[in-house]
Design a protein around this ligand. Structure first.
Ligand code: TRP
Length: 326
């Protein structure tokens, strides 16, 4: 069976954009591939090294989200990066053969540094972010890596490092391919891309009343000021969410109602609320169960970590041998 690996950086809560864009795809893949999914807590430290308490909270929240969104510990391997020390070992070995120039020209390096200007990111760890990510992927000799477009530069450098290793020593690593999810951008409540930094996100951990309130106060077509004004659904982020959460018939119904002013924005939002609830209800239910019963979470992670370690250890034997470590 072909192998899939992916990770998510533990930095803040997950929102429904992360769910439809990434996590729900992971859930689908677990039936078709041998999947490894992990929380990248070391990666979170590259930018969040001054906030250990925040890291702790996001790590737990992310693990809860993994399980409550439908990742099944009996079908896939779920673990924590920092518990599989082999990732660190491979990271240091790959750092020996990774030219500095490759790291300096990864586009995300300069972009992120610029974006997070208030933090001191002149660190060794931050520059090495893609080497650590390469180690995460190569240590499982993964065939596919489901990621968003923003991660493609990291995948490219992973392939370059794999190629260089295979050329310098012997062929240990396959060159992994990205699996892009085809999903429309999920808009936030203000119409911009849903993002925790814009304060416009609906979180998987939001209780029902908060989700309802966020949708009710969402922006719509700005030209539709009064109930009697006709609107253009394509200009409303509410309609973009209908495209993701509502049936074809419902989409046609609200689009027509908007264009003719047959329905008001609140009517349209009520239908969306009903459908978002339908998606979130099973997640809320599982989340509550896990919070009431933390042992279940702990057991799943322990089991996943052990399995991941076994696979990682097999690769490391080959790597150590290839590099002359005895
Ligand atoms: N860089 C990824 C992100 O920001 C997280 C990540 C770390 C990852 N290691 C990985 C993703 C390995 C895929 C494979 O989301």
């Amino acid at each position: 069976m072909q192998r899939v690996l992916s990770g998510m950086q533990a930095s803040g809560k997950l929102h429904i954009g992360n769910f439809v864009g990434a996590l729900s795809n992971w859930v689908r893949l677990q039936d078709k591939y041998e999947c490894y999914y992990f929380v990248a807590d070391w990666h979170a430290l590259t930018t969040g090294y001054t906030e250990p308490q925040a890291l702790k909270e996001s790590t737990t929240d992310l693990l809860i989200n993994f399980l409550s969104a439908g990742l099944d510990p009996d079908k896939c391997t779920i673990f924590l990066q920092s518990r599989v020390l082999e990732h660190a070992e491979l990271h240091i070995l790959l750092s020996m053969i990774t030219p500095l120039g490759w790291l300096e020209r990864v586009p995300t390096y300069k972009e992120k540094k610029e974006e997070l200007k208030d933090k001191d990111l002149n660190t060794y760890g931050f520059l090495g972010y893609p080497v650590l990510q390469s180690a995460d992927i190569l240590i499982y000799r993964a065939d596919y890596v489901p990621v968003g477009i923003d991660q493609l530069p990291h995948l490219e450098i992973t392939r370059e490092i794999a190629r260089r290793f295979n050329y310098l020593y012997k062929k240990v690593f396959p060159e992994p391919e990205g699996l892009l999810t085809e999903f429309p951008k999920v808009p936030g409540t203000d119409g911009r891309k849903m993002s925790k930094s814009y304060d416009n996100a609906i979180y998987l951990s939001d209780p029902p009343d908060v989700v309802e309130k966020k949708i009710k106060t969402m922006m719509t077509d700005p030209a539709r000021k009064r109930r009697t004004d006709k609107g253009d659904p394509e200009l409303s982020p509410v309609f973009q969410l209908h495209k993701i959460f509502s049936t074809q018939e419902e989409q046609e119904e609200v689009a027509h109602g908007c264009r003719t002013a047959a329905i008001g924005c609140l009517d349209c939002k009520q239908i969306l609320i009903k459908n978002v609830f339908k998606t979130l209800e099973p997640i809320w239910e599982k989340r509550q169960k896990l919070i009431n019963n933390p042992d279940v979470l702990q057991e799943a992670i322990d089991k996943g970590t052990e399995k991941a370690r076994k696979t990682a250890e097999q690769t490391m034997s080959l790597v150590r041998e290839a590099m002359g470590l005895i």
